[in-house]
Design a protein around this ligand. Structure first.
Ligand SMILES: *[C@@H]1O[C@H](CO)[C@@H](O)[C@H](O)[C@H]1NC(C)=O
Ligand SMILES: *[C@@H]1O[C@H](CO)[C@@H](O)[C@H](O)[C@H]1NC(C)=O
Ligand SMILES: *[C@@H]1O[C@H](CO)[C@@H](O)[C@H](O)[C@H]1NC(C)=O
Length: 493
């Protein structure tokens, strides 16, 4: 790149980061920020003018006030050092190089490149990273406002033009559909591409429970294949979400870890309230397996993992290689969807004697077999499904410096890296990053056996109903080849 052009790109990047990121990431009110206006292309042919910043501000306010809004406080009042770390960490995820956006940006400064057809203004742009969000909802009235507000904010960082959101809703009996229609209209108004589809099929039409659940998940992927077939559009990263309450930085960290590690599947850690223990416990142990193939426990922090090395990393909130996990949000490398063996969600092949595991466990197994067995759990990202757990796992940070006895607790006044609050399991959300959290993991081949507790759904039991077994894993997932990088998504991280 010529020096002058490089300088301009740097200037643009600086302006963008300085003006947009702080407000998006740290919950400053929108009215104080002056976000640049993106001009993006909704389809290959049509050109839309997007709303100005004032209109977007009103949309965000609407999004935030339609119903109680749990996640607005996530990143507000974060400690300054965390704010700075986050800004540096996620700068590489900022989508700003849409050819149309940058060419119009340049021309608005009188730097038009003298080309009349905007389509030909390709200053050899680096290809943008595109994200496909797939979301399954069912009776999710309570979480939709938060989900959309977070989507809206995350998309502003990744670039609206780089995001496609596919929502599949299956026969909700509450007002989910009505609420979805409102949000659909709002997000379309800012140029975020969203499709919302609603099912009319019920579980009764399927013989096997998992077959139905797999079908529901696959439906959210239909636009992925349609966009490939109709527009030749390919995505680089898939974000699959259940009805959870994620913060903006939760999603950014998962995406960052997924790309940094070229992971096939990356998940968070989800928590549910355990009334007898009066505390949240790890939830999705039907799917989660450690790298030895052993199930994780519905237990408090210190006893979730059986594998000793994984447990130690978990106590330190460091990313952990696992055999399988889902936990509310999963970031997927789309390569196995686009190329043979063309994975999709499925039920077990019962005729071949496969254990009747969750469709999410089976897709993890299929990723291993396809050579995408780099599966990662990110304990820093803690997710809740309701307000009660959300509040417990996101306590506000107290200023302890002024409190007597603080030094006795092991903290050094005004040294954020020695804050005793960060030693508790459910500490404040703005825990500083450990340098180890930025290191690429060393991925091992898969285990020989995986603990499987099947669910055929034949009787009335609302949970696994087949005797658990140690299921033998195919040779392909036990070899080094299963964890080599096949699709590099790390560019510039
Ligand atoms: C829709 O899917 C969810 C799981 O995603 C399931 O719990 C629910 O029963 C399904 N709804 C219907 C009407 O079958
Ligand atoms: C915490 O309180 C002390 C003393 O009251 C003050 O000097 C310090 O700036 C406060 N720290 C933060 C992060 O607000
Ligand atoms: C590791 O997996 C084997 C089965 O392959 C099992 O027998 C053993 O108990 C597991 N170890 C731990 C610590 O979970």
């Amino acid at each position: 790149m010529p020096t002058s052009l490089a300088l301009l790109v740097g200037l643009f990047l600086g302006l963008f980061i300085g003006r947009v990121l702080p407000s998006w990431l740290f919950g400053l009110s929108w009215s104080r920020s002056r976000a640049p206006i993106f001009v993006s292309r909704l389809s290959a042919r049509k050109q839309f003018t997007l709303p100005d910043e004032d209109q977007r501000h009103r949309v965000l306010e609407l999004l935030s006030t339609l119903s109680p809004h749990y996640t607005t406080e996530c990143t507000r009042n974060s400690q300054p050092l965390y704010t700075q770390q986050v800004r540096e960490r996620y700068v590489s995820l900022v989508g700003h190089r849409s050819p149309s956006a940058s060419s119009s940006f340049f021309s608005s400064f009188g730097l038009g490149l003298g080309l009349s057809d905007p389509d030909s203004v390709y200053i050899t742009p680096p290809r943008e990273h595109k994200y496909f969000f797939a979301i399954n909802l069912y009776n999710s009235f309570d979480v939709i406002p938060d989900l959309f507000a977070t989507l809206f904010r995350v998309s502003a960082i990744l670039g609206y033009h780089n995001v496609f959101v596919s929502i599949y809703e299956n026969g909700s009996t509450d007002q989910t559909k009505a609420l979805l229609r409102i949000f659909d209209a709002l997000t379309k108004a800012v140029g975020l591409r969203v499709t919302i589809r609603t099912s009319t099929r019920t579980r009764g039409q399927f013989n096997h429970r998992i077959e139905y659940l797999a079908e529901v998940r696959n439906q959210a992927f239909v636009p992925l294949h349609e966009l490939r077939d109709s527009h030749g559009e390919f995505f680089d990263t898939i974000v699959f979400m259940n009805d959870i309450l994620p913060c903006v930085d939760d999603l950014l960290e998962l995406i960052w870890q997924s790309r940094k590690n070229n992971a096939g599947i990356t998940c968070a850690a989800d928590y549910m309230y355990h009334p007898e223990l009066s505390s949240p416990v790890f939830y999705d142990n039907w799917v989660a397996r450690d790298i030895n193939g052993t199930a994780l426990e519905n237990a408090p922090f210190e006893s979730i993992f059986h594998d000793p090395d994984s447990s130690e990393r978990f106590q330190q909130h460091l990313p952990i290689q696992v055999q399988s996990c889902w936990n509310g949000v999963a970031i997927l490398d789309p390569a196995p969807f686009y190329t043979p063996p063309y994975v999709s969600f499925r039920m077990a092949r019962l005729a071949e004697g496969e254990c009747s595991a969750s469709e999410c466990s089976l897709i993890c197994n299929d990723y291993w077999e396809a050579g995408y067995g780099r599966i990662l759990m990110v304990p820093r990202v803690k997710l809740a499904y309701d307000r009660k757990v959300f509040d417990i796992i996101h306590p506000p940070r107290k200023n302890l410096t002024a409190i007597r006895g603080y030094v006795r607790l092991g903290g050094l006044p005004d040294n954020p890296s020695t804050d005793p609050q960060d030693r508790s399991w459910f500490g404040p959300h703005d825990r500083l990053f450990d340098p180890l959290e930025s290191e690429e993991l060393d991925f091992k081949p898969g285990p020989s056996h995986v603990w499987c507790w099947g669910w055929d759904g034949a009787g009335d039991i609302d949970g696994p109903d087949v005797d658990p077994i140690w299921e033998s894993m195919p040779a392909r997932s036990r070899g080094a080849e299963a964890v080599t990088v096949k699709h590099d998504r790390t560019t510039e991280l």
